[in-house]
Structures are given as C-alpha cells and as structure tokens.
Design a protein around this ligand. Sequence first.
Ligand code: PNW
Length: 477
Amino acid sequence: MSENGDMIKGHFRKDFMWGAATASYQIEGAWDKDGKGQSIWDTYAHTEGAIEDGTNGDITCDTYHKYLEDIKMLKRLKATHYRFSLSWSRLLPTADSSAPNAAGVAFYNKFIDGLLANNIKPCVTLYHWDLPQCVQDKGGWQSEDVVEKFKEYADFCFSQFGDRVKLWVTINEPHVQCGFGFGMGIHAPGIKGQFSHPMNACYQVSRTMLLSHAHTYRMYSSKYRAKQNGLISITLNSDWCEPKDPSNPDHVKAAQFYIDATLGWFAHPIFKDGDYPDSMKEHILEMLPVLSEQEKNLIKGTYDFFGLNHYTTRLAEQITDETQAFAIHPDMPSFVYPDPSWERAGKQVIGSEWLFIVPTGLRKLLNYISKTYGDPSIIITENGCSTKHSVNNPGDTKQLEDEQRCRFITSYLNEALKAHLLDGVDLRGYFLWTLMDNFEWAAGYTERFGLYHVDFEDPARTRTPRKSAATFTKIIE
Ligand code: PNW
C-alpha cells in the first residue's frame, strides 16, 4: 500500500466531534488591550531576531474584536465543535484569581455564548503556551510554585466557564513546549538547555507540567465534575515513526525510542503507570527529575480521553558520528528523517520545513495508542497541512485553490476512518488545525495552515475561505 492508502467508505460515530482548532496567542491580538497582562509570547515575539519574519501576535487575526466573524466561519463549515485556548494573562493579569480582568472574562463569556447559540460546542485548552510573564518572572515552569498557580487559574476557569464548557484540555503539547521553549530555545521563554546537559531544563519543566496537569485533573474531579459533568484531559503531539529497515533491530529500537521520547514521555506517566517510559530511563536517567511514588500515583490515570495532535511521519535509524549533528534532540540516540519519496507540505511554493504528508502514519499511530494505552477514547485535537508564504517569494498568492490541503484532509481522515471501522480504535472527534491563517510561532506569518486565508496587510483582517473549507464541510456532511 502506498502512503496515501486506499479509500474506504463509511461513517464515524453519530456523535463524532467535527471541528477546527486555534490558540489564543495565535489569533486574538489585542495583546495589551482592556487590562490584559503580558505573556511570555508577548515578550518573546517582541525580542529582536526571535521570529522568522520579524512579526508578532500583537494584532494577528484580531479575533478579540472579530470573534463574531470566526463564529460565522465555523457555522459555515458545519463544525459541531471548536477548540480554542484561553489567554491566562487576559483573564488573570497578575496571575491572582482574586483580581481577575473583568473585560477578559466578558470576552470569553461572549465568545462561548456565541458558539453555543450557533450550536457549536466549545473545547477549551487552558494552556497553549502563553504563560503570564509575571509567572515567568518568578521562575515559570522551572519553579515548583507554578503548579499551585496553574491550579488556581484552572479553578478560576472552571468556576467561570464550566457551566457551559464540557470539554477541557489542560496543556497543549508539553513535549513541544519543553523541547522548543527550554531545550532548543526557539519558542518562548527561549531558554537554551544547560551546557553540560544540553536539554536539562526541558526535563525539569516536564515534571512541573505533569504535576500541574494531574493536580488540575484531580481538582476538577473533586470540585466540579459532579456539578458540571465535563471531560478533561491533556493533548500530546506525536509523529508516527518507523524503522528505516524493519529487519534491523537497531532501527527498530531507534524508532521506538523516538516515540517514547516524544509521545511516551507524557503518555506513559498519565495513561500507563505514572512514570516515564523504560527506554527514557535507560538512556537519559540522570537528566530526568525523579517522580516520587506519591507523584506517580497522583499522575497515573488523570485523563478522560486521549487528546492527540498529529502532523507527520519519520523514519529512524540509530545515531552515528556522522548523523549526530542532525539529531533533533541531543540526548536522543535516534536519527530520524523523512523518506525522500514522501510529499512535502507546501511544495507548490516553498517546502515547509518539517511537514511531510503520510496519511497511513495516522492510522498506525492511532492503533499504537489504542494498543499501548488500554484503548482510550481518542480525540484528534489537531491535524493539518501548511504552505510556506514569504514576502521574498514572487510566486506567493492567497492559495485559495489549495488542492494539496484538500487531499491532505481527505486522505488523513480516510486513514482515521479505517482505524475506527476496520481496526476498532475508539475515535471520538477530529479538529483540523486550523480555522484560519494565524501567527505560526517562530515562523511568524510565513507558514499558513488555514482553511481560511487571512489578509494580514488589511486592517480589517479579511478572511476568505479556501477550497479546503468546502472540502472539509463536505466530509462533515
Ligand atoms: C502545533 N513539530 O505545534 C501547535 O499546537 C500549534 O499551535 C501549531 O500552530 C501547529 O502545531 C502547527 O505547527 C507543533 O515540529 C509545533 O513537529 C511543532 C511540531 C509539531 C506541532
């Protein structure tokens, strides 16, 4: 079978969640309006040289003022759900829940009510990378105190919005946060790992993220669940990874280690036994902060579903002296790379750096999660395809006829359908990344994932549907 697989016909569950996903810093703008505090992404994006095209999220899609348009777009898509995140520093500018920002609370209330009035159910991420700067100033994720602060913030959100929000995600992609924010230093807060242990800080913060998630899950269960009756979990990002040569045990080991050190790092503690995967302990034990028995028991089982973000696939071999320099993770004894035959996202313009289109990888990953973690209900909380836009690229257009994205959506969803119908994976929903072009972190506005094109030159931030919006709607219907 090719990586595009064969098409099958059939349906997901009747109550399948169909939606698109976004994140506060990427779409809201109004970075300093109406009493909002600053976040680490405000600071980071304002740092010279941090963002590829020198831009920031100060205005971006201006959703803070244009949220009614966003709701109309979702309605037009026929989405049943919408995944978005709350800006912690908009709600609690000093991270103190006794001093909330009334305008921020009002904004999210209007937004949530607007969605519900249009029969679109909110899926709310509490934390999609925009930590309040004042929490960062006291050590941020590197300080034990963040756990209490996160819990306080979550408690505030449940109390304000939990009567209407029934689907919660605590933290988005802790693995990317740890690796990019604290290992490589290419995302906020831009901390490069320590000298002797290149990725050290990233392991420290993985522990405070696990504990913040676990305490929040348990607080929801004891204080809100009976009354609000929602579901809460975490969202983890993972590529699928295969041995370059399946008959070579070193390649098999390298592929497994890659999955363990990305997905397993957080999935193993939460969905299995409270602790990191064995292979991580074997390779990098001295860098992993120890979890006590009490902490393991606290973390274990803190999920109501498995939130999965998935984009691409890699091949793996064991690392050698020659390939060491290309290791995406200095401590990882795996060398991973895309197969040269795979199609690259955005190839009509300039290739996206990292995203190769391998729909069959999604089916394999869904099966892997189902088997490894005891058949949890899985929600695909992100999946999508980008094009590269650049001011220096004369061929740049709005790309409204985004054939490649249409094919991406159709083929990935078909593999998800196979996982569900043929393999029995308990798949509950699919959120496409993303509703509209937005601020793509370190890539600024050079990388576009939107079903809607957004004109960032236009003060009105005009949104125009791409062909893929209609394709997605047709599949939903
Ligand atoms: C996700 N990788 O991040 C995020 O949740 C979104 O906010 C983001 O816009 C989207 O994917 C597209 O990038 C990722 O390098 C960042 O493998 C990097 C990777 C994967 C996901």
